[in-house]
Design a protein around this ligand. Structure first.
Ligand code: ADP
Ligand code: MG
Length: 259
């Protein structure tokens, strides 16, 4: 379990996260949402140990985050950054193999076990046929699957993803969030996904975490979070909600034009 207590974090002289109390359970698929600049990526960076808190605590399985070494952390949390983050151009196989770095000893090369883990993942995520393709030649949905395969190769307890759905069309958004849900349900890996697609989140997530101006607006089941009052607080917009025809989960309806 990951917990934060009165967490303050930010950059240089700029405080972004202001007193967050949060719990992330490994059995949940959680979606972190909120306006641009709310501090969502900053929160991921703090939980990943990239940013040192200015105040407050982060605990990982009962132990302060600061007491873990970098390789220990890399075996507990994998990170899928925003797509634009990537400059490299390696083959699909090599990128997924990078997930095994935390398990590599000093001056060691890949073991047959590493190669077997990666080959199996490529099969499971239907990436086998493109294992020699360059990352830059892939479509958006394929890129996300490669990055998720790399995160899975890391064999962690949590996977954090920053806006992995943002550049995908609707069918690939559904494909990727369903894949994340399968991973969560079948392997018990906790998922924390930053997304602006609140309707997909409402339908697939166990929990929605709403962040605004570096503060936690609320956190709970989609049924509790997806209501006009909460959405108004989050985005400053009058939005209505309507039950999903199959599941009954509240989905948001965009406003009608005013003229
Ligand atoms: P979100 O992911 O919710 O859109 P971010 O966490 O990226 O928001 O950013 C929160 C605030 O922190 C923004 O005002 C942004 O400009 C600022 N910020 C982000 N990264 C840095 C940085 N490296 N140095 C200084 N300020 C930053
Ligand atoms: Mg961000």
């Amino acid at each position: 379990m990951i917990t934060t207590k009165d967490l303050y974090a930010g950059y240089e002289n700029k405080l972004i996260l202001k007193g967050l109390d949060l719990q992330l359970m490994p059995e949940n698929l959680s979606v972190l949402a909120g306006p641009n600049g709310a501090g969502k990526s900053t929160l991921l960076f703090a939980l990943l140990g990239f940013l040192r808190p200015q105040k407050g605590e982060i605990n990982l399985f009962g132990k302060p985050l600061a007491r873990y070494t970098r390789p220990e952390l890399a075996k507990l949390i994998a990170f899928v950054p925003q797509e634009s983050f990537f400059q490299f151009d390696y083959s699909v196989f090599d990128i997924v193999m990078m997930g095994r770095y935390p398990y590599l000893g000093f001056m060691q090369s890949w073991s047959p076990e590493d190669k077997e883990i990666v080959t199996k993942l490529l099969d499971n995520l239907s990436l086998r046929d493109m294992k020699d393709r360059l990352y830059s030649s892939l479509s958006g949905g394929e890129k996300q699957r490669v990055l998720i395969a790399r995160a899975l190769a890391q064999q962690t307890r949590y996977i954090f993803l920053d806006e992995s759905l943002s550049e995908l069309d609707i069918n690939h958004q559904v494909e990727i969030i369903q894949l994340l849900r399968n991973i969560n349900r079948e392997q018990g890996i906790g998922i924390l996904l930053v997304s602006h697609n609140l309707n997909l989140a409402a339908n697939y997530a166990d929990e929605l975490v709403f962040l605004k101006d570096g503060k936690l607006l609320g956190c709970g089941k989609p049924e509790e979070m997806m209501n006009p009052g909460m959405l108004k607080e989050l985005f400053g917009l009058e939005l209505s909600t309507h039950p999903h025809p199959q599941s009954g989960t509240p989905n948001l309806i965009y406003p009608a034009p005013t003229v």
